[in-house]
Design a protein around this ligand. Structure first.
Ligand code: SF4
Length: 563
Protein backbone atom coordinates (compact mmCIF):
# COMPACT_ATOMS: atom_id res chain seq x y z
CA UNK A 1 0.00 0.00 0.00
CA UNK A 2 1.34 3.46 -0.88
CA UNK A 3 -0.01 6.63 0.67
CA UNK A 4 0.44 10.36 0.29
CA UNK A 5 1.75 12.74 2.89
CA UNK A 6 -1.40 13.73 4.73
CA UNK A 7 -1.73 12.76 8.40
CA UNK A 8 -5.18 11.25 8.63
CA UNK A 9 -5.75 8.91 11.55
CA UNK A 10 -9.10 7.10 11.85
CA UNK A 11 -10.67 7.65 15.25
CA UNK A 12 -13.44 5.00 15.23
CA UNK A 13 -11.37 1.87 15.66
CA UNK A 14 -11.37 -0.97 18.17
CA UNK A 15 -9.03 -0.54 21.15
CA UNK A 16 -5.54 -1.99 20.89
CA UNK A 17 -2.64 -2.43 23.30
CA UNK A 18 0.61 -1.36 21.64
CA UNK A 19 3.99 -2.26 23.08
CA UNK A 20 6.64 0.07 21.65
CA UNK A 21 10.08 -1.53 21.88
CA UNK A 22 13.32 0.34 21.25
CA UNK A 23 16.02 -2.19 20.32
CA UNK A 24 19.45 -2.16 21.88
CA UNK A 25 22.39 -0.55 20.14
CA UNK A 26 24.70 -3.49 19.61
CA UNK A 27 28.40 -3.28 20.22
CA UNK A 28 30.67 -0.60 21.59
CA UNK A 29 30.18 2.66 19.82
CA UNK A 30 31.65 6.13 19.83
CA UNK A 31 28.17 7.37 20.54
CA UNK A 32 26.99 5.25 23.47
CA UNK A 33 29.04 7.27 25.97
CA UNK A 34 28.44 4.71 28.72
CA UNK A 35 30.93 6.24 31.16
CA UNK A 36 29.46 9.71 30.62
CA UNK A 37 25.97 8.28 31.21
CA UNK A 38 27.29 6.78 34.43
CA UNK A 39 28.56 10.18 35.61
CA UNK A 40 25.13 11.66 34.90
CA UNK A 41 23.42 8.75 36.68
CA UNK A 42 21.63 7.83 33.42
CA UNK A 43 21.19 4.50 31.66
CA UNK A 44 21.37 5.68 28.02
CA UNK A 45 22.27 8.86 26.15
CA UNK A 46 18.94 9.70 24.49
CA UNK A 47 15.30 8.56 24.37
CA UNK A 48 13.74 7.00 21.23
CA UNK A 49 12.09 10.13 19.84
CA UNK A 50 10.81 8.33 16.72
CA UNK A 51 8.81 5.81 18.76
CA UNK A 52 7.45 8.61 20.97
CA UNK A 53 6.26 10.39 17.83
CA UNK A 54 4.63 7.21 16.48
CA UNK A 55 2.87 6.72 19.83
CA UNK A 56 1.42 10.22 19.53
CA UNK A 57 -0.01 9.35 16.10
CA UNK A 58 -2.03 6.38 17.35
CA UNK A 59 -5.79 6.61 18.08
CA UNK A 60 -6.66 7.86 21.57
CA UNK A 61 -8.28 4.55 22.52
CA UNK A 62 -5.04 2.66 21.77
CA UNK A 63 -3.03 2.12 24.94
CA UNK A 64 0.76 2.46 24.65
CA UNK A 65 3.66 1.20 26.75
CA UNK A 66 7.33 1.76 25.99
CA UNK A 67 10.21 -0.61 26.69
CA UNK A 68 13.65 0.69 25.79
CA UNK A 69 16.02 -2.29 25.69
CA UNK A 70 18.92 0.13 26.26
CA UNK A 71 17.55 1.01 29.68
CA UNK A 72 15.22 -1.81 30.72
CA UNK A 73 14.56 -5.47 30.12
CA UNK A 74 11.83 -6.69 27.80
CA UNK A 75 9.85 -9.30 29.71
CA UNK A 76 7.33 -11.98 28.87
CA UNK A 77 4.82 -10.01 30.93
CA UNK A 78 5.33 -6.98 28.64
CA UNK A 79 4.78 -9.08 25.54
CA UNK A 80 1.80 -10.96 26.93
CA UNK A 81 0.09 -7.63 27.69
CA UNK A 82 0.33 -6.41 24.08
CA UNK A 83 -1.94 -6.92 21.08
CA UNK A 84 0.72 -5.49 18.76
CA UNK A 85 4.46 -4.86 19.06
CA UNK A 86 5.86 -1.81 17.27
CA UNK A 87 9.59 -1.51 16.89
CA UNK A 88 12.20 0.03 14.64
CA UNK A 89 15.48 1.85 14.58
CA UNK A 90 18.80 2.49 12.93
CA UNK A 91 21.43 0.19 11.49
CA UNK A 92 23.39 -0.22 14.75
CA UNK A 93 20.16 -1.60 16.25
CA UNK A 94 19.47 -4.13 13.48
CA UNK A 95 20.77 -7.21 15.32
CA UNK A 96 18.61 -6.53 18.36
CA UNK A 97 15.66 -5.39 16.26
CA UNK A 98 15.61 -8.79 14.55
CA UNK A 99 15.83 -10.41 17.98
CA UNK A 100 12.84 -8.38 19.20
CA UNK A 101 10.80 -9.52 16.20
CA UNK A 102 11.63 -13.16 16.97
CA UNK A 103 10.84 -12.78 20.68
CA UNK A 104 7.48 -11.12 20.02
CA UNK A 105 6.47 -13.65 17.37
CA UNK A 106 7.43 -16.50 19.68
CA UNK A 107 4.79 -15.13 22.09
CA UNK A 108 2.27 -14.95 19.24
CA UNK A 109 2.36 -11.15 18.86
CA UNK A 110 2.25 -9.48 15.44
CA UNK A 111 5.14 -7.08 14.89
CA UNK A 112 5.12 -3.77 13.03
CA UNK A 113 8.58 -2.45 12.10
CA UNK A 114 9.60 0.94 10.76
CA UNK A 115 12.27 3.60 10.97
CA UNK A 116 15.36 4.50 8.96
CA UNK A 117 17.01 1.07 8.69
CA UNK A 118 13.78 -0.69 7.74
CA UNK A 119 13.13 2.01 5.12
CA UNK A 120 16.64 1.73 3.66
CA UNK A 121 16.89 -2.08 3.83
CA UNK A 122 13.34 -3.52 3.90
CA UNK A 123 14.65 -6.86 2.64
CA UNK A 124 16.50 -7.34 5.94
CA UNK A 125 13.17 -7.39 7.81
CA UNK A 126 11.11 -9.84 5.76
CA UNK A 127 10.17 -11.82 8.87
CA UNK A 128 8.29 -8.84 10.38
CA UNK A 129 4.51 -9.07 9.99
CA UNK A 130 3.97 -5.48 8.90
CA UNK A 131 6.66 -3.18 7.50
CA UNK A 132 6.28 0.59 7.43
CA UNK A 133 8.61 2.33 4.96
CA UNK A 134 9.21 6.08 5.07
CA UNK A 135 7.99 8.70 7.51
CA UNK A 136 5.26 7.26 9.75
CA UNK A 137 2.94 10.28 9.51
CA UNK A 138 2.39 9.59 5.80
CA UNK A 139 1.03 6.06 6.19
CA UNK A 140 -0.07 5.56 9.79
CA UNK A 141 -3.75 6.13 8.98
CA UNK A 142 -3.72 3.32 6.41
CA UNK A 143 -1.88 1.04 8.81
CA UNK A 144 -4.41 1.65 11.58
CA UNK A 145 -7.40 1.08 9.26
CA UNK A 146 -5.84 -2.10 7.91
CA UNK A 147 -5.11 -3.40 11.42
CA UNK A 148 -8.66 -2.61 12.45
CA UNK A 149 -9.95 -4.56 9.45
CA UNK A 150 -7.92 -7.61 10.53
CA UNK A 151 -4.89 -7.23 8.25
CA UNK A 152 -1.83 -8.77 9.93
CA UNK A 153 0.78 -8.62 7.18
CA UNK A 154 1.95 -6.31 4.44
CA UNK A 155 4.14 -3.40 3.48
CA UNK A 156 2.96 0.18 3.99
CA UNK A 157 4.96 2.80 2.10
CA UNK A 158 4.72 6.55 2.66
CA UNK A 159 5.26 8.83 -0.29
CA UNK A 160 8.75 10.31 -0.04
CA UNK A 161 9.46 13.83 1.17
CA UNK A 162 5.84 14.96 1.26
CA UNK A 163 5.03 14.70 4.97
CA UNK A 164 3.74 17.96 6.32
CA UNK A 165 5.58 18.10 9.66
CA UNK A 166 3.49 21.08 10.74
CA UNK A 167 0.79 18.44 11.43
CA UNK A 168 3.07 16.17 13.46
CA UNK A 169 1.77 15.84 17.03
CA UNK A 170 3.80 16.41 20.19
CA UNK A 171 5.79 13.22 20.92
CA UNK A 172 4.53 11.16 23.89
CA UNK A 173 7.25 12.33 26.30
CA UNK A 174 5.03 11.12 29.13
CA UNK A 175 6.08 7.53 28.27
CA UNK A 176 9.66 8.27 29.38
CA UNK A 177 11.26 7.73 32.75
CA UNK A 178 12.87 11.07 33.47
CA UNK A 179 16.17 9.93 34.97
CA UNK A 180 17.02 7.30 32.35
CA UNK A 181 18.68 9.62 29.84
CA UNK A 182 21.52 12.14 29.79
CA UNK A 183 19.46 14.35 27.49
CA UNK A 184 16.05 14.51 25.82
CA UNK A 185 15.35 15.47 22.21
CA UNK A 186 13.06 17.64 20.12
CA UNK A 187 12.92 17.84 16.34
CA UNK A 188 12.39 21.06 14.42
CA UNK A 189 13.06 20.04 10.81
CA UNK A 190 13.75 17.09 8.52
CA UNK A 191 15.92 17.09 5.40
CA UNK A 192 19.08 18.91 4.36
CA UNK A 193 19.78 21.06 1.29
CA UNK A 194 23.27 19.63 0.63
CA UNK A 195 24.23 16.60 -1.46
CA UNK A 196 27.04 14.76 0.36
CA UNK A 197 27.59 11.54 -1.56
CA UNK A 198 27.79 9.26 1.50
CA UNK A 199 24.73 10.65 3.30
CA UNK A 200 21.42 8.80 3.68
CA UNK A 201 19.54 11.71 5.29
CA UNK A 202 18.84 13.32 1.94
CA UNK A 203 17.59 9.97 0.59
CA UNK A 204 15.30 9.42 3.58
CA UNK A 205 14.04 12.97 4.18
CA UNK A 206 14.86 14.91 1.01
CA UNK A 207 16.78 18.04 0.13
CA UNK A 208 14.10 20.57 0.95
CA UNK A 209 14.05 20.92 4.74
CA UNK A 210 10.54 20.77 6.17
CA UNK A 211 10.16 22.60 9.47
CA UNK A 212 7.60 22.57 12.25
CA UNK A 213 5.88 25.79 13.26
CA UNK A 214 6.98 28.05 16.11
CA UNK A 215 3.84 27.07 18.03
CA UNK A 216 4.64 23.38 17.70
CA UNK A 217 8.16 23.80 19.07
CA UNK A 218 7.01 26.01 21.93
CA UNK A 219 4.32 23.43 22.77
CA UNK A 220 6.98 20.69 22.79
CA UNK A 221 9.24 22.75 25.07
CA UNK A 222 6.29 23.43 27.35
CA UNK A 223 5.36 19.73 27.47
CA UNK A 224 8.91 18.67 28.37
CA UNK A 225 9.07 21.46 30.96
CA UNK A 226 5.75 20.47 32.56
CA UNK A 227 6.92 16.87 32.84
CA UNK A 228 9.67 18.23 35.08
CA UNK A 229 12.64 17.67 32.78
CA UNK A 230 15.46 20.26 32.98
CA UNK A 231 18.90 20.57 31.45
CA UNK A 232 20.28 19.32 28.14
CA UNK A 233 17.78 19.19 25.26
CA UNK A 234 19.01 18.20 21.81
CA UNK A 235 17.48 19.45 18.56
CA UNK A 236 17.89 16.15 16.74
CA UNK A 237 17.67 17.72 13.25
CA UNK A 238 20.35 16.40 10.91
CA UNK A 239 21.07 19.97 9.89
CA UNK A 240 19.39 22.46 12.21
CA UNK A 241 20.26 25.36 9.89
CA UNK A 242 19.16 23.58 6.69
CA UNK A 243 16.40 26.20 6.41
CA UNK A 244 18.02 29.29 7.89
CA UNK A 245 14.98 31.47 7.33
CA UNK A 246 12.79 29.12 9.38
CA UNK A 247 15.40 28.83 12.17
CA UNK A 248 15.79 32.58 12.36
CA UNK A 249 12.03 32.92 12.64
CA UNK A 250 11.94 30.30 15.41
CA UNK A 251 14.82 31.35 17.64
CA UNK A 252 13.49 34.72 18.90
CA UNK A 253 10.44 32.84 20.24
CA UNK A 254 12.61 30.19 21.86
CA UNK A 255 14.66 32.97 23.48
CA UNK A 256 11.52 34.61 24.79
CA UNK A 257 10.25 31.25 26.11
CA UNK A 258 13.60 30.48 27.76
CA UNK A 259 13.66 33.90 29.46
CA UNK A 260 10.08 33.52 30.66
CA UNK A 261 10.94 30.12 32.20
CA UNK A 262 14.35 31.17 33.58
CA UNK A 263 16.38 29.17 31.04
CA UNK A 264 15.45 25.58 32.01
CA UNK A 265 17.09 24.09 28.89
CA UNK A 266 20.60 24.03 27.42
CA UNK A 267 20.46 23.12 23.74
CA UNK A 268 22.72 21.19 21.39
CA UNK A 269 22.24 20.29 17.74
CA UNK A 270 23.89 19.32 14.45
CA UNK A 271 24.61 21.93 11.80
CA UNK A 272 26.68 22.46 8.68
CA UNK A 273 29.81 24.59 8.97
CA UNK A 274 28.26 27.52 7.13
CA UNK A 275 26.70 28.32 10.51
CA UNK A 276 29.92 30.23 11.15
CA UNK A 277 29.20 32.55 8.19
CA UNK A 278 26.07 33.92 9.78
CA UNK A 279 26.71 36.30 12.69
CA UNK A 280 23.02 36.94 13.28
CA UNK A 281 22.25 33.22 13.54
CA UNK A 282 25.19 32.63 15.88
CA UNK A 283 23.98 35.45 18.12
CA UNK A 284 20.45 34.01 18.20
CA UNK A 285 21.69 30.54 19.09
CA UNK A 286 23.88 31.97 21.85
CA UNK A 287 20.94 33.88 23.28
CA UNK A 288 18.68 30.81 23.08
CA UNK A 289 21.30 28.94 25.16
CA UNK A 290 22.84 26.57 22.63
CA UNK A 291 26.03 25.22 24.19
CA UNK A 292 27.23 22.57 21.69
CA UNK A 293 26.99 21.83 18.00
CA UNK A 294 28.06 18.78 16.00
CA UNK A 295 29.55 19.55 12.59
CA UNK A 296 30.50 17.12 9.84
CA UNK A 297 33.95 18.28 8.74
CA UNK A 298 34.85 14.88 7.19
CA UNK A 299 38.21 15.95 5.74
CA UNK A 300 40.42 19.04 5.88
CA UNK A 301 41.47 18.50 2.25
CA UNK A 302 39.49 20.39 -0.41
CA UNK A 303 40.51 17.95 -3.14
CA UNK A 304 39.10 15.11 -1.05
CA UNK A 305 35.89 16.96 -0.27
CA UNK A 306 34.90 18.09 -3.78
CA UNK A 307 34.35 14.60 -5.26
CA UNK A 308 32.32 13.65 -2.16
CA UNK A 309 30.09 16.65 -2.91
CA UNK A 310 30.78 18.26 0.46
CA UNK A 311 31.59 21.58 -1.16
CA UNK A 312 30.18 23.65 1.70
CA UNK A 313 33.30 22.77 3.73
CA UNK A 314 35.73 24.04 1.09
CA UNK A 315 36.95 27.58 0.37
CA UNK A 316 37.27 28.43 4.07
CA UNK A 317 39.64 28.20 6.98
CA UNK A 318 38.12 25.42 9.06
CA UNK A 319 40.00 26.63 12.14
CA UNK A 320 38.65 30.19 11.79
CA UNK A 321 35.12 28.87 11.23
CA UNK A 322 35.22 26.65 14.31
CA UNK A 323 36.83 29.34 16.49
CA UNK A 324 34.05 31.72 15.52
CA UNK A 325 31.51 29.23 16.84
CA UNK A 326 33.48 29.00 20.11
CA UNK A 327 33.36 32.77 20.31
CA UNK A 328 29.57 32.55 20.05
CA UNK A 329 29.49 30.33 23.14
CA UNK A 330 29.15 26.85 21.64
CA UNK A 331 31.74 24.11 21.73
CA UNK A 332 32.05 22.02 18.60
CA UNK A 333 32.10 18.24 18.24
CA UNK A 334 33.02 17.12 14.74
CA UNK A 335 32.89 14.14 12.40
CA UNK A 336 35.86 13.08 10.26
CA UNK A 337 35.99 10.24 7.74
CA UNK A 338 38.94 8.21 6.44
CA UNK A 339 38.65 6.04 3.33
CA UNK A 340 37.40 8.38 0.58
CA UNK A 341 38.49 7.46 -2.95
CA UNK A 342 39.97 10.92 -3.34
CA UNK A 343 42.04 11.04 -0.14
CA UNK A 344 45.81 11.20 -0.25
CA UNK A 345 48.64 9.42 1.53
CA UNK A 346 49.09 12.21 4.07
CA UNK A 347 45.49 11.88 5.29
CA UNK A 348 46.46 11.12 8.92
CA UNK A 349 48.81 14.08 9.14
CA UNK A 350 46.26 16.45 7.59
CA UNK A 351 43.44 15.25 9.82
CA UNK A 352 45.41 15.44 13.05
CA UNK A 353 46.68 18.90 11.99
CA UNK A 354 43.12 20.08 11.40
CA UNK A 355 41.86 18.68 14.71
CA UNK A 356 44.70 20.35 16.58
CA UNK A 357 44.25 23.66 14.73
CA UNK A 358 40.51 23.73 15.35
CA UNK A 359 41.06 22.49 18.95
CA UNK A 360 38.07 20.16 18.84
CA UNK A 361 38.36 17.66 21.72
CA UNK A 362 35.48 15.34 20.76
CA UNK A 363 35.96 14.13 17.17
CA UNK A 364 34.06 11.22 15.72
CA UNK A 365 36.79 9.75 13.52
CA UNK A 366 35.27 7.04 11.37
CA UNK A 367 36.05 4.78 8.44
CA UNK A 368 33.86 5.38 5.40
CA UNK A 369 30.88 2.99 5.43
CA UNK A 370 28.78 2.85 2.29
CA UNK A 371 25.29 3.01 3.77
CA UNK A 372 22.39 1.41 1.91
CA UNK A 373 20.36 3.79 -0.20
CA UNK A 374 23.03 6.43 -0.83
CA UNK A 375 24.65 7.92 -3.93
CA UNK A 376 27.94 6.41 -2.76
CA UNK A 377 26.57 2.86 -2.58
CA UNK A 378 24.90 3.20 -5.97
CA UNK A 379 28.19 4.37 -7.49
CA UNK A 380 30.22 1.60 -5.85
CA UNK A 381 27.67 -0.96 -7.07
CA UNK A 382 27.99 0.40 -10.61
CA UNK A 383 31.76 0.11 -10.28
CA UNK A 384 31.43 -3.45 -8.90
CA UNK A 385 33.22 -2.51 -5.68
CA UNK A 386 30.64 -3.25 -2.96
CA UNK A 387 31.32 -6.31 -0.83
CA UNK A 388 28.65 -9.03 -1.05
CA UNK A 389 25.54 -8.02 0.88
CA UNK A 390 25.74 -11.29 2.81
CA UNK A 391 29.08 -10.34 4.32
CA UNK A 392 28.01 -6.80 5.18
CA UNK A 393 24.72 -8.07 6.62
CA UNK A 394 26.52 -10.58 8.81
CA UNK A 395 28.64 -7.74 10.15
CA UNK A 396 25.64 -5.48 10.76
CA UNK A 397 23.54 -8.16 12.44
CA UNK A 398 26.23 -9.80 14.55
CA UNK A 399 28.74 -7.23 15.51
CA UNK A 400 27.97 -3.73 14.37
CA UNK A 401 29.43 -1.13 16.69
CA UNK A 402 29.89 1.82 14.41
CA UNK A 403 32.01 3.03 11.52
CA UNK A 404 35.03 3.39 13.82
CA UNK A 405 35.49 -0.36 13.77
CA UNK A 406 33.40 -1.68 10.90
CA UNK A 407 33.80 0.78 8.03
CA UNK A 408 35.19 0.13 4.51
CA UNK A 409 32.52 -2.32 3.35
CA UNK A 410 33.75 -1.95 -0.23
CA UNK A 411 36.92 -2.36 -2.29
CA UNK A 412 39.02 0.74 -1.69
CA UNK A 413 41.13 2.56 -4.28
CA UNK A 414 44.07 3.18 -1.96
CA UNK A 415 45.62 -0.01 -0.53
CA UNK A 416 43.30 -1.13 2.24
CA UNK A 417 46.12 -1.71 4.68
CA UNK A 418 47.41 1.86 4.18
CA UNK A 419 43.98 3.28 4.97
CA UNK A 420 43.66 1.23 8.15
CA UNK A 421 47.18 2.19 9.26
CA UNK A 422 46.54 5.90 8.56
CA UNK A 423 43.26 5.73 10.41
CA UNK A 424 44.92 3.99 13.36
CA UNK A 425 47.65 6.67 13.43
CA UNK A 426 45.10 9.49 13.47
CA UNK A 427 42.92 7.82 16.11
CA UNK A 428 45.85 7.07 18.41
CA UNK A 429 47.19 10.61 18.11
CA UNK A 430 43.90 12.42 18.64
CA UNK A 431 42.87 10.41 21.71
CA UNK A 432 46.17 10.44 23.61
CA UNK A 433 45.29 11.82 27.02
CA UNK A 434 47.75 14.73 26.81
CA UNK A 435 46.56 15.67 23.30
CA UNK A 436 42.89 15.53 24.32
CA UNK A 437 43.34 17.65 27.44
CA UNK A 438 45.55 20.15 25.57
CA UNK A 439 42.70 20.72 23.10
CA UNK A 440 40.27 20.95 25.99
CA UNK A 441 42.40 23.72 27.51
CA UNK A 442 42.55 25.60 24.21
CA UNK A 443 38.81 25.42 23.63
CA UNK A 444 38.25 26.59 27.20
CA UNK A 445 40.21 29.74 26.45
CA UNK A 446 38.23 30.45 23.27
CA UNK A 447 34.71 29.64 24.47
CA UNK A 448 32.69 32.78 25.19
CA UNK A 449 29.74 31.22 26.91
CA UNK A 450 27.36 33.49 28.84
CA UNK A 451 27.16 32.79 32.57
CA UNK A 452 23.75 31.37 33.37
CA UNK A 453 22.08 29.91 36.43
CA UNK A 454 21.92 26.14 36.65
CA UNK A 455 18.87 24.73 34.85
CA UNK A 456 18.24 22.28 37.69
CA UNK A 457 15.51 23.08 40.21
CA UNK A 458 16.23 23.83 43.87
CA UNK A 459 18.06 26.49 45.86
CA UNK A 460 21.11 28.00 44.13
CA UNK A 461 24.36 29.37 45.47
CA UNK A 462 26.32 31.36 42.85
CA UNK A 463 24.12 29.78 40.13
CA UNK A 464 24.91 26.26 41.34
CA UNK A 465 22.50 23.66 42.74
CA UNK A 466 22.96 20.55 44.86
CA UNK A 467 22.52 18.48 41.66
CA UNK A 468 25.46 20.31 40.00
CA UNK A 469 27.65 19.60 43.02
CA UNK A 470 26.56 15.98 43.04
CA UNK A 471 27.53 15.58 39.36
CA UNK A 472 30.81 17.40 39.97
CA UNK A 473 31.75 14.99 42.78
CA UNK A 474 30.70 11.97 40.70
CA UNK A 475 32.93 13.15 37.83
CA UNK A 476 35.99 13.56 40.08
CA UNK A 477 35.33 10.22 41.72
CA UNK A 478 35.05 8.40 38.36
CA UNK A 479 38.18 10.11 36.98
CA UNK A 480 40.14 9.25 40.16
CA UNK A 481 38.96 5.65 39.89
CA UNK A 482 39.30 5.03 36.15
CA UNK A 483 41.69 7.68 34.76
CA UNK A 484 43.91 8.84 37.64
CA UNK A 485 46.44 10.14 35.10
CA UNK A 486 43.79 12.66 33.98
CA UNK A 487 43.40 14.19 37.44
CA UNK A 488 46.24 16.69 36.93
CA UNK A 489 45.14 17.98 33.50
CA UNK A 490 41.52 18.08 34.66
CA UNK A 491 42.39 20.04 37.81
CA UNK A 492 44.40 22.55 35.75
CA UNK A 493 41.57 22.95 33.22
CA UNK A 494 38.99 23.50 35.98
CA UNK A 495 41.25 25.94 37.80
CA UNK A 496 41.92 27.94 34.65
CA UNK A 497 38.22 28.08 33.73
CA UNK A 498 37.17 29.05 37.26
CA UNK A 499 39.73 31.82 37.37
CA UNK A 500 39.56 33.26 33.87
CA UNK A 501 36.44 32.00 32.06
CA UNK A 502 33.70 30.75 34.35
CA UNK A 503 31.30 30.33 31.46
CA UNK A 504 33.50 27.46 30.25
CA UNK A 505 33.40 25.43 33.49
CA UNK A 506 30.52 23.28 32.33
CA UNK A 507 32.25 22.56 29.02
CA UNK A 508 35.27 21.28 30.96
CA UNK A 509 32.92 19.02 32.92
CA UNK A 510 31.24 17.67 29.76
CA UNK A 511 34.47 17.03 27.90
CA UNK A 512 36.11 15.30 30.87
CA UNK A 513 33.00 13.08 31.13
CA UNK A 514 33.25 12.32 27.39
CA UNK A 515 36.88 11.29 27.82
CA UNK A 516 35.93 8.75 30.47
CA UNK A 517 34.27 6.98 27.53
CA UNK A 518 36.57 8.04 24.69
CA UNK A 519 39.86 7.08 26.39
CA UNK A 520 39.00 3.37 26.75
CA UNK A 521 37.01 3.42 23.49
CA UNK A 522 40.05 4.63 21.55
CA UNK A 523 42.11 1.73 22.93
CA UNK A 524 39.36 -0.67 21.89
CA UNK A 525 39.26 0.77 18.34
CA UNK A 526 43.03 0.44 18.04
CA UNK A 527 42.80 -3.19 19.18
CA UNK A 528 40.18 -3.93 16.52
CA UNK A 529 42.23 -2.15 13.84
CA UNK A 530 45.29 -4.21 14.76
CA UNK A 531 43.23 -7.36 14.27
CA UNK A 532 41.96 -6.11 10.92
CA UNK A 533 45.47 -5.28 9.76
CA UNK A 534 46.71 -8.68 10.98
CA UNK A 535 43.88 -10.41 9.07
CA UNK A 536 44.99 -8.60 5.91
CA UNK A 537 48.64 -9.51 6.50
CA UNK A 538 47.65 -13.15 7.00
CA UNK A 539 45.63 -13.05 3.76
CA UNK A 540 42.56 -13.94 5.81
CA UNK A 541 40.29 -11.27 4.42
CA UNK A 542 36.62 -12.23 4.41
CA UNK A 543 35.95 -8.52 5.04
CA UNK A 544 39.02 -8.72 7.23
CA UNK A 545 37.64 -11.65 9.08
CA UNK A 546 34.35 -9.87 9.82
CA UNK A 547 36.10 -6.62 10.68
CA UNK A 548 38.63 -8.00 13.10
CA UNK A 549 35.98 -9.96 15.01
CA UNK A 550 35.39 -6.48 16.32
CA UNK A 551 32.44 -6.39 18.59
CA UNK A 552 31.53 -10.07 18.35
CA UNK A 553 33.30 -10.81 21.60
CA UNK A 554 31.28 -8.26 23.47
CA UNK A 555 27.94 -8.91 21.80
CA UNK A 556 25.32 -8.79 24.56
CA UNK A 557 23.13 -11.80 25.13
CA UNK A 558 19.96 -11.35 23.10
CA UNK A 559 17.14 -12.82 25.08
CA UNK A 560 14.15 -12.01 27.17
CA UNK A 561 14.90 -10.96 30.70
CA UNK A 562 15.16 -14.06 32.82
CA UNK A 563 15.97 -16.38 29.88
S1 SF4 B 1 25.43 18.34 5.37
FE1 SF4 B 1 25.14 16.52 6.69
S2 SF4 B 1 22.95 16.02 6.57
FE2 SF4 B 1 23.42 17.43 4.89
S3 SF4 B 1 23.81 16.11 3.11
FE3 SF4 B 1 25.80 16.54 4.08
S4 SF4 B 1 26.13 14.86 5.55
FE4 SF4 B 1 23.95 14.84 4.97
Amino acid sequence: MIATGSIAVPSQVAPCKVLLVCPRFIGRSFWNFDAACDVMGAKAPAPPLGLLTVAALLPPNWECRLVNRNTDALTEVDLDWADMVMTGGMMPQRGDLLAVIALAQARGKPVVVGGPDVTSSPEAYEQADLRVLGEAEGIIGELISAWDAGVREGIFTAEKFTIDVTKTPIPRYDLLKRGDYTYWGVQFSRGCPFTCEFCDIIELYGRVPRAKTVDQILAELETVYRLGYRGHLDFVDDNFIGNKKAVKALLPHVIEWQKAHDYPFEFSTEASINLSDDDALLALMREANFFAVFIGIESPDTETLIPTQKKQNTRRSLADSVHKIYAAGMFVCAGFIVGFDSEKENVAEGMVGCIEATAIPVCSLGLLFALPNTQLTRRLEREGRMFPALLANELIERSWGDQCTTGLNFRTLRPRRDILVDYRTAFASVYRLDAYYARLRRVTSMLRRPLRRSPFPGPQIAGTTFRDLQLFVRLWWRVALHQPQALGPLARAFYWALRYNRGAVKAVFSMAAFYLHLGPFSRYVIEVLDKRIAALDADDDAFEHIAGDSAVAQLPAIALAGD
